[in-house]
Design a protein around this ligand. Structure first.
Ligand code: ARG
Length: 460
């Protein structure tokens, strides 16, 4: 067996199974390129403060450039015996450049190295996820603009409540995504803090310049306590929490798409390329993308729970447990990125069925509140109006017709304040148009909101 980087004091080689059990290279090799960035920054600093020579630095940079090339072209040979991404790269560096490679780890530990790597890696992914959230917002705003006056039933308790516009409904999700975006931007600041230089846990005896490595790596701040520097994973938990909220929002949208696509609703059509068929039922077209997303939301919540549980019992400072942080974080990254990608494409192709939605909105007396408001405008106290309209609804239900289909004399039988102008109030168009204030469902409010969003997008 090959000699280990740390085997000086050991009297026998590590058990083959233990090696596999404790190794992380299979998954942490994802961080290879940022590991190299971190090492080059560390070496650059060591040279600046006089710990290694200019020649050593030059060799390290050259060796790392080659390793980067080998990794990117898939030629790098990852070895399980070398445990993790850090020792794999360091071993290769030493094979390439000799003693200068052995000097790289001066004043550093894998503990601050790995903490630095996760932060660099996650920072890049957070930026990509922010892009995708923004893209999905743009797609939904475009749908809202196209369908700003398309009327559909709005639901509470999944019972028909009041008519709304499809555009208004789409914009509700744009609001949720905006909060998701703000969370990502906010947590990025805490991701973007440099633990490098914390070394194993206590700092190091070398005259290191932590501000300098932080600057080289684009970190905004430097961690102020070495124990905290190597043992903090709050930022990863925050990321999993933000990812969970994104998935929760997409899962709610998914649930609605599944319902809307059901033949009983028929509110939307999804392009065939986002649906799949059945191996037995020839007629089937199933909303697999929303269903898959709804299912995948659960695994991201699992990633968050895994992270919280991973950290809760660990004393300061570094513990090997922390190696288990990577798979949940990577899984959350992959799942949320893929889901956003699928939804950007799919939501652009959603075709609302205006006629079907309009018909559906006529069932269930959705303008009953409008009638009550009409009575209030004619001097009836709201609670009394509520009761009168309740009786009116009962009469309509008995006749199996809508409120707008009741003859004027019948309506006047419930309240003598009712005149023929009531019918415009009872129409779906009258109902949505009347909700004409900031945040209301009136088509011109929806259009104003789409304009507001487009301005925000243009300024991003
Ligand atoms: N692979 C390890 C991790 O992911 C790197 C740090 C190991 N440090 C140690 N002292 N064993 O956490």
């Amino acid at each position: 067996a090959k000699k280990k980087a740390w085997s000086g004091r050991f009297s026998e080689p590590v058990d083959a199974f233990v090696l596999r059990y404790t190794a992380s290279v299979d998954f942490d090799k994802r961080m290879a390129l940022v590991d190299i960035d971190g090492s080059v920054a560390h070496a650059t600093m060591l040279e600046k403060v006089g710990v290694i020579s200019a020649k050593d630095l030059e060799d390290i940079k050259r060796g790392m450039a080659q390793i980067r090339e080998e990794i990117q072209s898939g030629k790098f040979e990852w070895q399980l015996e070398l445990e993790d991404v850090h020792l794999n790269i360091e071993a290769r560096l030493t094979a390439l450049i000799g003693d200068a490679g052995k000097r790289l780890h001066t004043g550093r530990s894998r503990n601050d190295q790995v903490a630095t790597d996760i932060r660099l890696y996650l920072r890049g992914e957070v930026d990509e996820i922010i892009n995708r959230v923004e893209h999905l917002q743009e797609v939904l705003v475009a749908q809202a603009e196209k369908n700003y006056n398309v009327i559909m039933p709005g639901f509470t308790h999944m019972q028909v409540a009041q008519p709304v516009t499809f555009g208004h409904h789409m914009l509700a999700y744009v609001e949720m995504l905006e909060r998701d975006r703000a969370r990502l931007i906010d947590l990025r600041h805490r991701v973007n803090s440099s633990p490098l230089g914390s070394a194993a846990l206590a700092g190091t005896t070398y005259p290191i310049d932590r501000e300098y490595t932080a600057k080289l790596l684009g970190f905004e701040t430097v961690s102020q306590n070495s124990l905290d520097g190597v043992s903090d994973r709050d930022f990863a938990i925050e990321f999993c929490a933000a990812a969970s909220l994104i998935m929760m929002h997409i899962s709610r949208l998914s649930e609605e798409l599944v319902i809307w696509m059901s033949q009983r609703f028929g509110f939307i059509k999804l392009p065939d390329r986002f649906t799949t068929g059945s191996s037995i039922m020839p007629q089937k077209k199933n909303p697999d993308v929303p269903e898959t997303a709804r299912g995948k939301s659960g695994r991201v919540y699992g990633d968050l729970m895994a992270m919280l549980n991973l950290m809760k019992g660990t004393p300061l400072a570094y513990n090997k447990d922390f190696q288990e942080d990577k798979e949940p974080v990577f899984d959350a990254i992959d799942t949320v990125k893929d889901t956003l990608r699928a939804f950007c494409d799919m939501m652009a192709g959603v075709e609302p069925q205006a006629e079907t939605m309009h018909q559906a909105a006529q069932m269930g007396f959705p303008t009953a509140t409008d009638l009550a408001d009409y009575l209030v405008r004619h001097g009836v106290p709201f609670r009394t109006a509520h009761d009168i309209v309740g009786q009116t609804v009962r009469a309509a239900a008995e006749r199996n017709c809508g409120l707008e289909q009741l003859p004027l004399e019948v309506l006047q039988g419930f309240c003598d304040k009712i005149e023929s102008d009531v019918y415009s109030v009872l129409s779906l168009e009258g109902s949505v148009n009347a909700r004409n204030h900031l945040g209301g469902t009136a088509p011109n409010q929806v259009l104003a909101q789409t304009k507001r969003w487009e301005k925000i997008f243009a300024e991003r």
